[in-house]
Design a protein around this ligand. Structure first.
Ligand SMILES: CC(C)(COP(=O)(O)OP(=O)(O)OC[C@H]1O[C@@H](n2cnc3c(N)ncnc32)[C@H](O)[C@@H]1OP(=O)(O)O)[C@@H](O)C(=O)NCCC(=O)NCCS
Length: 162
């Protein structure tokens, strides 16, 4: 089995990042988010926007030399995490979290957080498995076609060895 390997994203990754985000969106968000939100994501080319805006603070994960997923952050908030459907359940998401956690530690943070839609049951399972706890919930009125319930999840970071 090929082990997922994470690294800093570069402009050469943009095309594959956009493509995998579109595929992952279609297999997940498109099924549970409000129709208006989904339509606006496609109309506004949401994948291109996300990748271009977040590239400088992004990591990708490769499996067998292919870009399988990416993550982005802003300060100590994980803002994006996407794994291509064909590479899910192969440890890519966990590898991206570990890469981001090392970055957060180097930046001096002892915890980090993220937002996850309550309807995103698979992602919630993934985060639970990876040691996150729910710290708050709210109804997001910013989601087109919403409101939609959003959870804030957070995780304490272990101190680096030594
Ligand atoms: C959530 C997501 C990033 C997980 O990535 P992944 O690479 O498939 O996750 P991993 O293989 O690293 O999973 C690690 C563990 O998390 C849990 N897990 C992952 N996906 C799961 C699922 N669909 N259902 C239940 N548990 C799951 C499992 O315990 C898994 O370990 P196992 O496969 O040995 O049982 C991926 O499903 C994805 O991109 N989803 C669409 C976009 C999204 O929802 N992003 C999060 C936005 S907040």
């Amino acid at each position: 089995m090929t082990v997922p390997v994470a690294r800093t994203a570069t402009p050469d990754d943009v095309f594959q990042m956009e493509e995998l985000m579109r595929d992952a969106f279609e297999a997940s968000y498109a099924n549970f988010m409000p129709e208006q939100y989904v339509r606006e994501f496609y109309d506004a080319n949401g994948a291109r926007q996300t990748v271009h805006e977040g590239l400088s603070k992004a990591a990708v994960v490769e499996i067998a030399g292919m870009v399988a997923g990416f993550a982005m952050h802003d300060e100590n908030v994980l803002t994006e995490l996407w794994v291509a459907p064909m590479f899910q359940r192969k440890g890519a998401g966990r590898t991206l979290l570990e890469w981001m956690e090392n970055r957060f530690r180097r930046l001096g943070y002892d915890s980090y957080s993220l937002c996850c839609y309550a309807l995103n049951g698979k992602a919630l399972e993934f985060y639970k498995k990876n040691g996150f706890t729910r710290t708050s919930e709210s109804d997001s009125t910013e989601v087109p076609g919403g409101p939609v319930k959003v959870y804030t999840l957070s995780k304490k970071l272990d101190k680096p060895d030594g």
